[in-house]
Design a protein around this ligand. Structure first.
Ligand SMILES: Cc1ncc(COP(=O)(O)O)c(C=O)c1O
Length: 433
C-alpha cells in the first residue's frame, strides 16, 4: 500500500523526533532539560475535574453529541468571546446587516451568504487544531493563496498545502522582535489571496502584536474586502505582562463578517489531552465547517462538553494567576542569563504564551557552524541536535517555524531546573563552555 502524494508531501514533526530522542537519552540516565513542551505541565482547574466527574454518571456523556457541539456550550463560548474581547455582537450584527447592499437574487452566492441575515455562531471541535483544519478545509480551493506570517505555528503551512492551497510566507526578523511589516503583507496580497492567518499571542515568539500594529492591520484588511481572516487566539488568556492582547476587529468590528476566531481550553486550562476547542465566525460559513466535521470526526467529546457547560469561565483568570507568576520568573531568568554572559543584544522581552525564541544568528557560537561570513545556511537543526547530545538541553529548531538559525524554548519548566538549563544554554551560545 502506497501513501498518496498529499501525505508524502507533509513534513514530519521535528518536535516529536527531538522529543523521542530526549526521552531515549533520559532513559539512558542522562540529565535532560526538556525545553520543547507545548503545554503547561500543571493540573487543570480542580472545579473542572469535579464537573467532569459529576458528568460521568450520565449515559448522555458517553453518547454522540450534536456535530456542531452542545447548544448550551456553543452559546457559552460565544458569550465568553463577546465578554472577554469587549464586543457587542448584537450591535455589530446589526451594523453588518445594515451595511450590506440589498442582495441581488441572481448573483446571490450561498457560500458568501446573504448578509442581510448575517449572524454569528460558534462550533465546538476536537481542539483548536481540528477547528483550524476544518476551517482551512472549508475555505481553500486548489491554488488559493493563504498568507502566513513568520514565525508561524508549524501546522499552518502543512494544513494549507494539505488542502491544495499555497502558503505565502511573510518574513519577520528577530531584529524587529518578530513584528511582520504591514507593507510586506500589503505587497503579498493579490487576486489569488483567499485568507490570512494571524496568531497572537504567538507560538513560538511568546509575544503579541501591539495595538498600533493591530490598528494598521485592520486598515489594511479593509482595503481587501474579499480576504478572509483566521485569528488563532488559543493563547489569548496567557499574557504575563500588560497590556493584554488586542485584535484588529476591536478597531474595525465590520471585519468580523469575514473572520474566524479559533480558541479552546488546551492552553488556558492546561487541558491539551481533552481535545476541545472552538471556532467563532459567520454562521453561513461555520455551517459548512460543521458539515465537514459531520463527515470526519463528528462532534467533540460529550463528557468534556457537558462539564464545560457548567464551568464558570471567569475562573480561568484566577487559575492562571500563579502560572503567570511562574512564567514571569522564568522570563526574568532568561534576561539575567543573557545579561550575565554578555549577550543582551540578542535578547528580547517575552510577555505572553509560554515560549521564547533563542537567536543563534548573532551569538558567538555561530562561528563554529558558519563556513564563512557570507554563509546563510540554516543550522538550527544541527545546533539543536548538538545541544541535546552535548549538554542535554532539548529545544525545537527554528526551521519548524520558518525562522532560520534559532530555536524555540518553553518557559514552563520548574524555576531551578529552568535556571540550570538557561545557564548551560546561554553559556554555550556565548561559546564559554
Ligand atoms: C498557535 C497554536 N494554535 C493551535 C494549537 C492547537 O491547540 P489544540 O491543542 O487545542 O488543538 C496550538 C497548540 O500547540 C498552538 O500553539
Amino acid at each position: 500500500m502506497r501513501l498518496n502524494q498529499r501525505v508524502r508531501g507533509l513534513n514530519e514533526s521535528i518536535t516529536m523526533k527531538l522529543n523521542t530522542r530526549a526521552m531515549a537519552l533520559a532513559e539512558e540516565g542522562r540529565k535532560i532539560y526538556n525545553l520543547t513542551a507545548g503545554q503547561l505541565p500543571f493540573r487543570t482547574l480542580p472545579e473542572f475535574v469535579e464537573l467532569i466527574k459529576a458528568e460521568l454518571n450520565f449515559i448522555r456523556s458517553f453518547q454522540y453529541p450534536p456535530v456542531a457541539g452542545l447548544p448550551e456550550l456553543r452559546k457559552k463560548v460565544l458569550e465568553y468571546f463577546e465578554r472577554s474581547r469587549n464586543l457587542n455582537l448584537e450591535n455589530i450584527t446589526a451594523e453588518i446587516r445594515k451595511s450590506e447592499k440589498p442582495a441581488n437574487e441572481e448573483d446571490e452566492d450561498e457560500t458568501v451568504g446573504p448578509d442581510k441575515t448575517f449572524e454569528f455562531t460558534s462550533i465546538i471541535c476536537n481542539g483548536a487544531k481540528h477547528a483550524l483544519s476544518s476551517v482551512f478545509g472549508s475555505l481553500i480551493d486548489p491554488g488559493d493563496e493563504v498568507i502566513i506570517l513568520t514565525p508561524y505555528w508549524v501546522s499552518y503551512p502543512e494544513m494549507v498545502r494539505l488542502y491544495r492551497g499555497e502558503p505565502i510566507i511573510i518574513n519577520s526578523s528577530i531584529f524587529d522582535v518578530f513584528v511582520p511589516n504591514l507593507d510586506d503583507i500589503r505587497r503579498a496580497m493579490g487576486h489569488k489571496t483567499k485568507a490570512i492567518v494571524i496568531n497572537t499571542p504567538n507560538n513560538p515568539t511568546g509575544t503579541h502584536y501591539s495595538n498600533e500594529w493591530m490598528k494598521g492591520f485592520a486598515d489594511l484588511m479593509m482595503e481587501h474586502p474579499d480576504v478572509a481572516i483566521i485569528s488563532d487566539e488559543i493563547y489569548y488568556e496567557v499574557f504575563y505582562f500588560d497590556p493584554r492582547p488586542t485584535y484588529f476587529y476591536q478597531y474595525r468590528p465590520e471585519l468580523l463578517k469575514r473572520t474566524v476566531i479559533v480558541d479552546g481550553i488546551s492552553k488556558t486550562l492546561a487541558a491539551t489531552g481533552l481535545r476541545l476547542g472552538w471556532a467563532i465566525g459567520p454562521k453561513h460559513f461555520l455551517e459548512g465547517v460543521s458539515k465537514l466535521q459531520g463527515h470526519t470526526t463528528s462532534g467533540a467529546s460529550s463528557l468534556i462538553q457537558r462539564a464545560l457547560v457548567h464551568l464558570d469561565f471567569s475562573m480561568i483568570e484566577h487559575y492562571l494567576t500563579p502560572i503567570k507568576a511562574h512564567l514571569r520568573l522564568n522570563a526574568q531568568v532568561i534576561r539575567e542569563k543573557y545579561r550575565d554572559y554578555g549577550l543582551a543584544h540578542t535578547w528580547y522581552q517575552p510577555f505572553s504564551a509560554f515560549y521564547y525564541m533563542v537567536d543563534f544568528s548573532r551569538a558567538p557560537l555561530m562561528k563554529k557552524y558558519k563556513k564563512s561570513e557570507e554563509d546563510k545556511t540554516d543550522y538550527s537543526h544541527q545546533i539543536c541536535q548538538d545541544f541535546l547530545d552535548q549538554y542535554g538541553v532539548a529545544m525545537v529548531p527554528g526551521t519548524s517555524f520558518g525562522m532560520p538559525n534559532s530555536a524555540r524554548i518553553s518557559l514552563v519548566l520548574e524555576k531551578e531546573q529552568f535556571k540550570e538549563a538557561m545557564d548551560i544554554l546561554v553559556r554555550a551560545l556565548a561559546d564559554k563552555m
